[in-house]
Design a protein around this ligand. Structure first.
Ligand SMILES: [Zn+2]
Ligand SMILES: [Zn+2]
Length: 298
């Protein structure tokens, strides 16, 4: 979205409910998928292409979690500057995947630090070396193993690492005062997940990670999800995390039963649904089935 359209879009949004049904509004929304919306207090979310970005406004400057791709990150930076011309203080990554770190490079020279789990850095480097895209990366310079905490302009930011899940380097990032957590791709809301075994993912451990997530945060916590089937449902509550955990549990049970019944990997991957699961949809159920099969037969 260019600057002019951003202004139009904001004006229409501020203009009120009556404009929502205006054909121009629908047209702009379709042309420009870039969206910024406040979640709670000074925390907002940005969506265009890739994993959901969260941003926090503080007295010291903006804190950004994840960066989509370079073009999208540029749109975000312009959007933030339009809202408030405070510096961009800190960039954080939930994990290494390109739809979450590809835009890091757009923050080069703007942020002092990039924070991520140590495995996120390792994975990002490994992927970049393999694909010869090292020059297109901005790597985390501040890493942690179990967790990390910092006060930034009145907000307290804390990260949690509960072990392998979607990769072996996913952390949860909590803006404690606002009580908003970015789960990264540890939650695919009502959408079949990507399970990156090449980066140390584990479905079994993922279930444990979600259990710890449920006991760590409270019922008022708002969670920001990396991906959702319904673009409006990129934020949610513990109920959504319980539902995703239930999906992973049923996936493991089903694939385990199929293996016991002597089914081959190819046969297991032909399934078009997981028994007992009705809410998960989209492309890519085969990725779940394959990952579960490989994990259970490893
Ligand atoms: Zn993602
Ligand atoms: Zn991912």
């Amino acid at each position: 979205m260019n600057r002019r359209n951003f202004v139009h879009y904001s004006a229409l949004a501020i203009g009120g409910v009556s404009l929502i049904n205006h054909p121009l509004f629908a047209q702009l929304a379709a042309d420009d998928p870039y969206k910024m919306k406040m979640v709670r207090d000074s925390v907002g979310v940005f969506t265009e292409k890739g994993g959901t970005i969260a941003y926090l406004r503080t007295k010291e400057g903006w804190v950004v979690v994840d960066s989509e791709f370079p073009e999208q990150a540029q749109h975000l930076i312009e959007g933030l500057k339009k809202t408030s011309d405070i510096p961009i203080h800190l960039l954080m990554n939930t994990h290494h995947h390109g739809d979450h770190t590809g835009g890091n490079i757009a923050f080069k020279g703007l942020v002092e630090h990039v924070v991520a789990h140590e495995n996120s850095l390792k994975n990002q480097k490994a992927v970049a070396e393999k694909s010869k895209t090292e020059d297109k990366q901005l790597y985390p310079d501040t890493t942690f193993s179990n967790g990390w905490k910092k006060k930034v302009g009145g907000e307290s930011i804390r990260t949690y690492y509960f072990g392998p899940g979607h990769t072996n380097g996913d952390s949860l990032i909590h803006f404690e005062n606002a009580n908003v957590v970015h789960t990264g791709d540890l939650v695919f809301n009502r959408r079949y997940p990507f399970v990156d075994r090449s980066a140390g993912a584990s479905v079994k451990s993922w279930i444990t990670v979600l259990d710890k997530t449920l006991t760590t945060f409270d019922n008022k916590t708002i969670f920001v999800f990396g991906h959702a089937f319904d673009p409006e449902k990129i934020t949610g509550t513990k109920e959504d995390i319980k539902a995703f955990k239930d999906y992973l549990e049923k996936l493991l049970v089903f694939v385990g039963q199929e293996i016991k019944a002597g089914k081959s990997k190819e046969e297991v991957m032909k399934a078009t649904s997981v028994p007992g699961v009705s809410e998960w949809q989209g492309d890519g159920i085969a990725r779940s089935l394959q990952a579960a099969y490989e994990e259970l037969t490893a």
